[in-house]
Ligand binder design. Structure first.
Ligand code: C5P
Length: 323
């Protein structure tokens, strides 16, 4: 075991994601649905700090701290322990000891924005830096995929195509950025497995085809033109999310009537993402949605942004700032 050095500390910033397209195939024998998705990282961030400690622990702070379920804490600790168990084969001189994880939660919980996965990705990167592992981001990917379908993308950020369970990620070249207004539920979230189960129920008896991405979105991503992106948004889980929370249809209608260039539910929901053409339009839409309801938190973000990034590294060795 390494000696504990209390002055050591690494902080990582990790973004939320939305899915610009989410094509869902039939449930496989492994219980998962094959996906073809386009991930888009947006400027809503959690901050993860890891410090060597006598025991493994997680503390949550920030606006969504109280809503973090126990299993999200566990995912963060699982991420740290998983990397620790592989650290020696990944270049550490000795088996690393426990860490205390602090998660500063700004990404809403159970919202379809991969908040829990973001924290797991953040913990992996923070611990890799803390333990001076000479790694490339790609080296963390298999571990990320073991933790959850969205975790590999949150290491990458940007725009990326996800296949398999969403965990096989390849970057998409794009230019420019898009402004978004997000409507975040202040009531209940949605559970990802329950939304997939509702998808199965709605498609009972149907021949669900294998998922494929549209050429339209790929073209739109080249320029990030807001109208083109807006027209190409697609989410096969949307009907299932609306079936479980019918007011989401009202949110979408309200935003479109107020001038959004496009709208969709992010992932399994209930977050609704509206694309707009400028910061000014984002401000107008936020005020309109706040005045008109349904009630929710409204935030303005841009995308694409970088994935998990070390923002502060204090330790005996240099920061790796994994490329
Ligand atoms: O991988 P993750 O922990 O995000 O998955 C949570 C649950 O969501 C899975 O257990 C499964 O029920 C469902 N899921 C699915 N198909 C996927 C991803 C998730 O059915 N591609």
């Amino acid at each position: 075991m390494t000696d504990i050095q209390p002055s050591q500390r690494v902080t990582v910033r990790v973004p939320a994601k939305i899915n610009l397209e989410l094509a869902v195939g039939p449930r496989g024998d492994d219980g998962f649905h094959p996906l073809a998705t386009v991930f888009h990282a947006v400027s809503l961030y959690d901050r993860i700090t890891v410090t060597p400690a006598p025991d493994w622990s997680v503390t949550t702070v920030g606006p969504y701290a109280d809503l973090v379920p126990d299993n999200q804490d566990n995912l963060a600790v699982r991420a740290a322990k998983l990397l620790a168990s592989r650290a020696v084969e990944l270049g550490a001189e000795s088996q690393p000891g426990p860490v205390a994880v602090v998660m500063d939660k700004h990404i809403p919980v159970a919202a379809g924005m991969a908040g829990g996965s973001a924290d797991a990705a953040g913990v992996l990167l923070a611990c890799a830096d803390l333990w001076d592992l000479a790694l490339l981001r790609e080296d963390l990917e298999p571990l990320a995929a073991e933790l959850g379908s969205d975790v590999p993308f949150l290491l990458h950020g940007g725009n990326a195509v996800g296949t398999g369970r969403g965990d096989e990620v390849s970057p998409v070249l794009s230019r420019g950025e898009v402004h978004w207004v997000l409507w975040l539920s202040t009531d209940e979230g949605l559970s990802t497995p329950e939304v997939y189960a509702e998808f199965d129920r709605l498609h009972e008896g149907d021949e669900v085809p294998m998922p494929e991405l549209s050429a339209e979105l790929m073209t739109a991503l080249r320029t990030m033109d807001p109208d083109a992106v807006g027209a190409a948004l697609r989410n096969d889980l949307q009907a299932a999310s609306i079936s479980l929370q019918p007011r989401l249809a009202e949110v979408i209608d309200a935003g479109l009537e107020l001038g959004a260039r496009g709208a969709l539910i992010s992932g399994s929901g209930p977050t609704v993402a509206f694309v707009v053409a400028s910061q000014a339009e984002a401000l107008d839409l936020s005020m309109g949605l706040a005045a008109r309801g349904p009630k929710g938190d409204i935030v303005r973000v841009t995308g694409p942004v970088a994935g998990a990034t070390v923002v502060d590294s204090r330790g005996p060795g240099p920061s790796l700032g994994l490329a």
